[in-house]
Design a binder for this molecule. Structure first.
Ligand code: IMP
Length: 194
């Protein structure tokens, strides 16, 4: 496994993923909390499960056993009410297969949806996850040029999609989960530094 960017600087922790968009957002969010995070681009095996928490935990153990350094991984999903929570844990596969237009074609009047993010931290002594969600709705058409489902997800209290709003990284599911992680992590660090 090879760090693809920001070498040879050493970081407190590494974000392990094959998704550069997720890393870019994570880096920006953690920077706003004073934490610098390195990127290890690596395709972690994703187990088939209906539980994002379990998927994230398995990814975290895999990432830590490869890297042997403190890591975070994320598992996220888009849950659409009228589809019984689909695509949920299958969000990545569904995006690659039917994509945003496929999702739009499945929906009628009820367009309520939510994004869930699980951030899982792991080091040699501890393993802990942080959960967050943001509710909203699916737009009628694709709007904006974001990655993944960003062009079709309108967060609650907004009129534009994640792809169009500048504030994504201060309102998103990822932001809320990373904020929870940060307050725990900085407290733990402070105690360790004593
Ligand atoms: P996973 O967490 O790697 O399993 O990814 C779940 C899938 O959900 C991703 O491949 C994206 O398609 C989608 N996804 C997760 N978070 C976001 C987001 O913030 N914006 C847009 N799509 C997202």
């Amino acid at each position: 496994m090879k760090a693809v960017e920001d070498m040879p600087q050493l970081y407190d922790l590494y974000f392990v993923s094959s998704n550069k968009h997720k890393y870019d957002e994570t880096k920006q969010i953690l920077k706003s909390f004073g934490i610098s995070v390195g990127f290890y681009k690596y395709e972690l095996e994703e187990i088939q499960s209906s539980s994002l928490k379990l998927i994230a935990a398995k990814k975290a153990f895999q990432a830590f056993s490869k890297l042997k350094k403190p890591i975070i991984v994320e598992d996220a999903g888009l849950f659409i009410d009228s589809l019984g929570g689909f695509p949920g844990p299958y969000s990545s596969y569904v995006f690659k297969t039917i994509g945003n237009n496929g999702i739009l074609n499945l929906l009628n009047k009820n367009r309520k949806a939510k994004f869930i993010s699980i951030i899982h931290y792991c080091d040699q002594n501890c393993s802990k996850h942080f959960v967050a969600e943001i509710t909203g709705k699916i737009s009628q058409i694709q709007q904006g040029k974001g990655w993944g489902y960003d062009p079709i997800f309108i967060p609650k209290n907004f009129k534009q999609t994640f792809a169009e709003i500048l504030d994504k990284n201060i309102v998103s599911h990822r932001y809320i989960a990373l904020k929870k992680f940060t307050s725990w992590y900085l407290h733990k660090k402070k105690q360790n530094d004593r």
